[in-house]
Design a binder for this molecule. Structure first.
Ligand code: PBG
Length: 340
């Protein structure tokens, strides 16, 4: 040993004083023992896209591995999801363009795609939780989540329609109503109307802190609004520069009767997930949105990252940040790898 090496070793002992963090990491058994968080299938909610027809499975090009399903195929997929132990699925329709109009009236049709899917899935797979999105964007010709007057998205007029949409979904068998529209007061109005109509068991998962995000791009391809959207959604979705404001949004939604809280998008907003969980101790969910899914798939397809490992790591990060569960398009891909 040269005097130089001896010096470095003695120096490290003095610095560490016997404290070596790597001891607990030296083998798989000890890493498992000291692991702080766990990801299981119980943490997963699978968002699926619906399309009209029979026997139809349409790949979504900007979301490799994701397809739109006609109702019969969605039933098959719900059966598979239940068999994998996935607790719940969330439904999103691609509405035929001819059915879209200025006020999104198809959202109130008791036989619209989402309602038909609810009834079929409830009948075939009663054990899986059914979450339906409340917002007008899949049904409006302008792609906005509410009704428009000139370039203004009207709040109270939109809430009146969103309430009727929520009742329509509850009547079709939805277990959880998930308002994603970001209008003020919609959670309270929906809770009130559900209770009055006898749906007091129907839960509300509020998209409370939903940001105006570029990461929704592939989703808008999937439901067919990316080319039709007029302007952007920044007068109702949140500014990505803000964090305190998210806490105020969450506080209001809890006061209005939300059973569960959601933060969206996911990975770039884990600081918000942590603050929400620490401040309110509510069941807190995060949505790993379409653009986040697409980025991992695209890098995987280019051979730039190990897609499977990136998928698992990204989902685990949500748990570490305090999320109770994750809405993720990876659900059917990750579930077989996880313990129940
Ligand atoms: C619409 C809605 C959006 C998403 C869920 N519900 C898009 C938007 O607000 O434009 C995004 C989901 C995703 O990107 O995966 N109310």
């Amino acid at each position: 040993m040269t005097s130089e090496q001896r010096f470095q070793r003695h120096d490290m002992d003095a610095i560490l004083g016997g404290r070596r963090m790597r001891r607990n990491r030296r083998a798989d058994w000890t890493r498992r023992l000291v692991r702080e968080t766990v990801l299981t299938v119980d943490d997963l909610i699978w968002p699926i896209f619906l399309v009209d027809g029979d026997g139809v499975r349409q790949p979504v090009p900007s979301m490799p591995g994701v397809e739109r399903y006609s109702v019969d195929q969605a039933v098959i997929e719900a059966e598979k999801a239940a068999a994998l132990g996935i607790p719940a699925i969330a439904l999103f329709p691609f509405t035929e363009p001819t059915l879209r109009d200025l006020s999104g009236s198809e959202s109130l049709n008791p036989d619209n795609l989402v309602c038909r899917a609810c009834r079929a899935i409830k009948a075939a797979v009663p054990e899986i939780g059914l979450i339906t999105d409340v917002a007008l964007d899949p049904y409006t010709s302008h792609g906005h989540d509410g009704v428009m007057d000139g370039h203004v998205i009207l709040n109270d007029e939109s809430v009146a329609l969103l309430v009727r949409q929520a009742l329509n979904q509850a009547a079709a068998g939805a277990d959880v109503i998930a308002p994603s529209d970001m209008m003020d007061g919609r959670v309270g109005a929906i809770r009130d109307s559900l209770d009055t109509a006898g749906f007091d068991d129907v839960q509300i998962m509020a998209y409370s802190a939903k940001y105006a995000s570029a990461f929704y791009g592939p989703f808008r391809d999937a439901i067919g609004t990316s080319k039709t959207l007029v302007g952007d959604k920044r007068t109702y979705q949140m500014d990505f520069a803000n964090s305190d404001e998210a806490l105020r949004e969450v506080e209001l939604d809890i006061a209005e009767g939300a059973d569960m809280i959601m933060v969206k998008p996911g990975l770039p907003y884990l600081d918000i997930v942590r603050r929400v969980k620490d401040n309110f101790a509510m069941p807190t969910f995060a949505y790993q949105v379409s653009g986040e899914y697409a980025m991992i798939r695209a890098a995987e397809q280019n051979g730039w990252i190990d897609g499977e490992r990136a998928m698992v790591e990204s989902l685990w990060a949500f748990k570490r940040a305090g999320a109770d569960g994750i809405l993720t398009y990876f659900a059917p891909f990750v579930a077989p790898l996880l313990k129940r």
